[in-house]
Design a protein around this ligand. Structure first.
Ligand SMILES: Cc1cc2nc3c(=O)[nH]c(=O)nc-3n(C[C@H](O)[C@H](O)[C@H](O)COP(=O)(O)OP(=O)(O)OC[C@H]3O[C@@H](n4cnc5c(N)ncnc54)[C@H](O)[C@@H]3O)c2cc1C
Length: 395
């Protein structure tokens, strides 16, 4: 089976940034993408919150990201990832173009805003139809707009949009919002917000840009027009997690849980970008996640490769595990290093603090310690109390 060091799934801002960092760290990187590299930003005409680029279309930024990853010879593969399988620590990515084993995997498949599915929606995405208030709110300065939805996101984003818009209609199919009381009170006390109860959006109309919404009252059946310049859909966002459902620790909504190093519940698998459980889903946060995930994966891969070749593959090896944050233990490691050089002592020095996971896996609870391994199995562990214990190795 094909084997690679780092397999990244998804070439959006998170995956492309991870590829740049991974390649610069000298890793063999394979980037799998089923659509157009750049990810969700390809759907927007305006990006003006990516630092250093005052304005670009989403696809322009996507091309820049892709070219940047290509500059460092990232290998791209056009394929759909169907599953990830993990058995005895071996991680395999199954795709419609074959299977790949990855020493480490970064999942960066992003998320999608659920569409409402009404007439005229697809044609006006990026032309007045938006799924992201932080991204697009500023384009509606002093204009009248609408929000569709009744949950927390819809109500809170409607309040945020009043920073720009002269009026924000909230179109909701019921006669009260599902959002928290505090959020509802804040929205209803805002003079720029006007709820439109018991109403659904039937059609978005306009030559090029959005000009009006066709609404239907669900109680009376009455049809009416609402002239607006934009409409924000907040009928839910969901992660692209079809291929890894049930594999990793996730929230109820399917968002992958990570720590701040982007580590998931499975060692060697990382998640970055919108697919993660997080508050702010933006290009800048996705890229930051990608950089962190790649550096975490790089440390993990180096640790695995180094430890495999030094500890587990040789017929017999003595290893000295110490902690690099303990001055006494560092001094002992220096003595061991000198003995190794001057007397040709057969010993491997491992910083157990930096290789904490491996140390834990080996069952090492106290450091400094001398560990004797034969063909990858520990046959003896001896706590080192001072230099004399190291000198015994020489005899
Ligand atoms: C209309 C719109 C406007 C936006 N405007 C802004 C803005 O102005 N500023 C801003 O900062 N953010 C904006 N955002 C949000 C921003 O685009 C996202 O936060 C960002 O793209 C997330 O990056 P990501 O890499 O995590 O995921 P994504 O960009 O979603 O990329 C994930 C990639 O993974 C691929 N993929 C998914 N599943 C698979 C699979 N099974 N196999 C292979 N590949 C797969 C997808 O095809 C996609 O290319 C906007 C979003 C939208 C929808």
């Amino acid at each position: 089976m094909e084997k690679r060091e780092l397999v990244i799934i998804g070439a959006g801002p998170a995956g492309l940034t991870a590829a740049i960092y991974g390649r610069r760290a000298g890793l063999d990187v394979l980037l799998l993408e089923k659509g157009v590299p750049g990810g969700q930003i390809n759907m927007t005409e305006e990006i003006e919150n990516w630092p250093g680029v005052k304005h670009a279309t989403g696809s322009e930024l996507g091309v820049m990201f892709r070219e940047h990853a290509e500059k460092f010879n990232t290998e791209f593969r056009d394929c759909n990832v169907e599953a990830i399988e993990v058995k005895d620590g071996v991680k395999v990515v199954r795709t419609d173009k074959g299977d790949v084993e990855g020493e480490a995997i970064i999942i960066a498949t992003g998320a999608y805003f659920r569409k409402l599915g009404c007439k005229g929606e697809d044609e006006h995405i990026g032309a007045g139809v938006s799924y992201c208030a932080v991204c697009d709110g500023a384009f509606f300065e002093d204009l009248e707009i609408a929000v569709v939805g009744g949950g927390n996101t819809a109500v809170e984003e409607a309040v945020y949009l009043t920073t720009f818009a002269s009026k924000v209609y909230i179109i909701h199919r019921r006669d009260e919002f599902r959002a928290d009381r505090a959020a509802v009170e804040r929205a209803l006390s805002n003079p720029k917000i006007q709820p439109v109860w018991n109403t659904v959006l039937e059609e978005i109309a306009g030559e090029g840009m959005v000009e009006k919404l066709v609404l239907k009252n669900v109680k009376t059946g009455e049809i009416s027009d609402l002239p607006v310049s934009g409409v924000f859909m907040f009928v839910g966002q969901a992660p692209h997690d079809e291929f890894c459902k049930g594999l990793l620790g996730c929230t109820k909504g399917g968002w992958i849980q990570t720590n701040e190093d982007m580590e998931t519940s499975i060692e060697g698998i990382y998640a970055a970008g919108d697919i993660r459980d997080k508050n702010l889903r933006q290009v800048v946060t996705a890229s930051a996640d990608g950089a962190i995930a790649a550096m975490s994966a790089s440390s993990y891969i180096n640790e695995q490769v180094h430890l495999r070749s030094t500890l587990f593959e040789p017929d017999q090896v003595n290893a000295f595990f110490y902690s690099s944050v303990d001055q006494g233990q560092v001094a002992l490691s220096n003595i061991a290093e000198e003995m190794k050089k001057e007397k040709g002592l057969n010993i491997v020095l491992i910083d157990g603090y930096r290789n904490a996971k491996m140390t834990e896996k080996l069952g090492i609870k106290v450091m400094p310690v001398l560990v004797e391994l034969r063909k990858g199995s520990i046959i003896r562990m001896t706590e080192v109390k001072g230099e004399a214990d190291l000198q015994k190795l020489d005899s």
